[in-house]
Design a protein around this ligand. Structure first.
Ligand code: F6R
Length: 261
C-alpha cells in the first residue's frame, strides 16, 4: 500500500482529485467507483470545482457506487443513490444513466447483487475505486467477519456503523437501516486502483489495523494489503496510530512529484 500522510483533509481530497483527473485525461471512458459517507465529500467538491474550470469532464465516463441501504423509502435523501446525485452527479457532466448503484428496493436482493456484479464486469470493471473506512474497519459495508472474497450481497450493519451513521438521520439510531446491499471485498479487490481516504482521529485505530495489522476478517479493510495498487490518503490524526509513519513520510517525500498516486 502507498500510504500518504497529507497536510489536511482538503489536501487529501486534492491528491485524490489529481488521480481521478489524470485517469480521465488518459482515458475519458474510464469507470469510476464512488463511495458515500463524509470521507469523499471534499474530493467531490474538488472535482466539481475542476469541472467548472474546464479541467475535467465525465461525459464519457461511467460510475458504480459501493453500497445502498435496504429499507429506506424510494428517493429518501440519505439513500446512497440520492447522496451521490446531490454531492457529485448533479454538478458534473455524467451522461444520463452513467452512474449506477445497487438496487436496495429490488424484490429479490440476491438477484440484484448478482446483476450488479454482472453490470460492473460488462462495463469492463472499475478503473479507480474511491473508498472510505468505517471505525470498525469496514470498507463499503463489509463488516467484520465478511468473507475476503465476498461479492455484492445483502449484509447487516453493526451497531457501531449504525451509531456512526446516525448523524445522517438526525442523530436517531432507530432511523438508520439495519440492512444494506453492498459490493463485497472480492468485488472491490477487482478494481484496478483503490484510493482510500481517511481523516480524523476516530479513524486512527481502523487505519492502523488496515495498513499494519494482521490480514483477516476482524478488520475487513486489511484485505487491501493483498491488492497491487492501493493509495491510502490520510491526514495527521488518522495516521496517528501507525507504527511506521516515519517510513511512509520518507517514501512519499522521495517519490518524484510527477508520478502522483
Ligand atoms: C460508503 C461506504 C462506507 C464509508 C464508511 C466511512 O459508501 O461504503 O464504507 O466509506 O462508513 O464513512 P464516513 O466517510 O462517513 O466516515
Amino acid at each position: 500500500m502507498e500510504v500518504v500522510i497529507t497536510l489536511s483533509p482538503q489536501h487529501a481530497a486534492e491528491v485524490a482529485a489529481d488521480s481521478i483527473c489524470r485517469l480521465l485525461e488518459d482515458d475519458p471512458r474510464s469507470v469510476l467507483g464512488l463511495a458515500t459517507g463524509s470521507s469523499p465529500l471534499a474530493l467531490y467538491r474538488a472535482l466539481i470545482a475542476r469541472h467548472r474550470d474546464g479541467q475535467v469532464s465525465f461525459a464519457q465516463a461511467r460510475a458504480f457506487t459501493l453500497d445502498e441501504y435496504v429499507g429506506l423509502p424510494p428517493g429518501h435523501a440519505e439513500s446512497y443513490r440520492e447522496v451521490i446525485r446531490r454531492e457529485l452527479e448533479d454538478h458534473v457532466d455524467f451522461p444520463a444513466g452513467a452512474v449506477t448503484g445497487p438496487d436496495g428496493h429490488a424484490g429479490d436482493l440476491s438477484r440484484a447483487g448478482r446483476d450488479y456484479e454482472e453490470a460492473i464486469v460488462s462495463a469492463g470493471g472499475v478503473d479507480l475505486q474511491v473508498l472510505g473506512i468505517g471505525t470498525d474497519g469496514h470498507i463499503a459495508f463489509n463488516e467484520p467477519g465478511s468473507s475476503l472474497n465476498s461479492l455484492t450481497r445483502i449484509k447487516a450493519l453493526t451497531r457501531q456503523t449504525r451509531s456512526d451513521n446516525a448523524r445522517f438521520f438526525g442523530g436517531n439510531l432507530e432511523e438508520v437501516p439495519r440492512l444494506c446491499l453492498t459490493q463485497g471485498l472480492g468485488t472491490i479487490r477487482r478494481a484496478r486502483h483503490l484510493v482510500l481516504i481517511a481523516t480524523g482521529a476516530a479513524k486512527a485505530p481502523a487505519v492502523a489495523a488496515m495498513v499494519e495489522g494482521p490480514l483477516g476478517a476482524a478488520c475487513p479493510a486489511s484485505v487491501l494489503q493483498l491488492h497491487p495498487h492501493v493509495t491510502v490518503l490520510l491526514d495527521g490524526p488518522a495516521a496517528s496510530g501507525l507504527q511506521h509513519r516515519d517510513y511512509y513520510e520518507t517514501a512519499w517525500a522521495a517519490k518524484p512529484a510527477w508520478q502522483g498516486v
